[in-house]
Design a binder for this molecule. Structure first.
Ligand code: AMP
Ligand code: MG
Length: 344
């Protein structure tokens, strides 16, 4: 199949909506990353997402809506907990996905056999227009091949999925750059399953007690039960070996320069570029965690394009604010390998 790369015009949004109504697949821009959308109410359409991405069948999808009232309009859940209403008032539309008990209209392909469904109301105007125009809730995981970094531009989507999906709508580079925060409200205590653009601090400021799932910062033991199936897969891994260094700024510079050769590179900050003797892929200013989130996947893809690079050194990110989301992605890219220079 030939994949259409569509500009962000009203005519093309109508075309994308038509494809979705007919059971096709469309890559669309959201503020987190690009999504690969299908009609969430049609199991056969959703199954095509898994085939196009090579996504494991036990990894459920997020359902995207264009208004809070869509949850009831499409009858997506058994009940809407008060906590969901509170979080929606504060953070929707935006990079927050909320998990609730699902209703019978959600096909098993979406929930991967769980009794819950993940729902998000994205803020990107193009995503909202496509959802509204199609008059459907849209199941949409990230629009990458499973295992490669999530796409933050339409060209990333084309490079992974051209020939495998019907169309991509180009809405510019994604603002946040990392996938949404995922929180479950289907259990007694709210729990973050994946950190993202809405921080743990922000969630606690609204709900009080919010737990952090063990899989967010730690490697799961083999066979352990996971609350969020996506967390058990090796995600976001570039071809080069990513090594995280737990160290001070000066230790980082010294270590990377001592290991400098044609096959090493640094995933670093703007402040390091002048003083490092290796190829630098900067995520932005050292204190700007949002910039680091915004650029992370794009820089990982650039590293992949350079065949010479075999090893990439990065600092272990901070856990503060959006830093936790960067930490969560990078520690997976590194296969949980951290060198603690303080202990050497
Ligand atoms: P992606 O859309 O590629 O960003 O992945 C969606 C993420 O949300 C994955 O990590 C899924 O495991 C998680 N997710 C989706 N639905 C559920 C659910 N019902 N329960 C737990 N996690 C979910
Ligand atoms: Mg994904």
């Amino acid at each position: 199949m030939k994949t259409l790369l569509l500009d962000n015009t009203d005519e093309n949004i109508a075309k994308a909506a038509e494809i979705l109504k007919n059971g096709g697949l469309v890559g669309l821009p959201t503020e987190t990353v690009y999504g690969l959308a299908a009609n969430a109410l049609e199991g056969r359409a959703v199954a095509k997402i898994f085939a196009a991405k090579g996504r494991p069948a036990d990894n459920p999808l997020i359902v995207h809506i264009a208004d809070f009232s869509d949850i009831e309009r499409f009858n997506l859940v058994r009940e809407i907990p008060e906590s969901v209403k509170l979080l929606a008032e504060n953070f929707w539309p935006g990079p927050l996905t909320m998990i609730m008990k699902k209703s019978d209209v959600i096909p098993d392909e979406v929930s991967a056999g769980l009794d819950t469904v993940a729902i998000r109301f994205p803020s990107h105007p193009t995503a909202q227009k496509i959802i509204k125009e199609s008059v459907l809730p849209l199941a949409a995981p990230s629009a990458n091949l499973s295992g490669s970094p999530s796409p933050t531009t339409a060209l990333h989507v084309m490079s992974d999925l051209s020939g495998r999906i019907d169309a991509v709508v180009d809405g510019g580079m994604s603002d946040v750059g990392l996938e949404s925060t995922v929180i479950t409200l289907a259990e007694k205590t709210p729990r973050v399953l994946r950190p993202g653009g809405i921080t743990l601090e922000q969630l606690r400021s609204v709900l009080g007690n919010v737990e952090l799932d063990n899989a967010v910062l730690h490697q799961l033991e083999k066979g352990a039960k996971v609350s969020s199936p996506g967390m058990k897969y090796k995600h976001y891994a570039p071809k080069a070996n990513v090594i995280l260094l737990k160290c001070s700024d000066s230790e980082y510079i010294d270590y990377v320069n001592e290991h400098a050769n044609e096959s090493t590179a640094a995933l670093c900050c703007d402040e390091d570029i002048e003083i490092l003797n290796v190829k630098c892929f900067s995520l932005g200013k050292r204190s700007d965690y949002s910039a680091q989130a915004h650029r992370l996947f794009d820089e990982l893809r650039k590293i992949d394009e350079d065949e010479n690079i075999k090893t990439v050194y990065s600092r272990l990110p901070s856990l503060d604010g959006v830093g936790m989301a960067v930490y969560n992605r990078l520690i997976r890219a590194a296969g949980f390998e951290v060198i603690d220079l303080g202990k050497m």
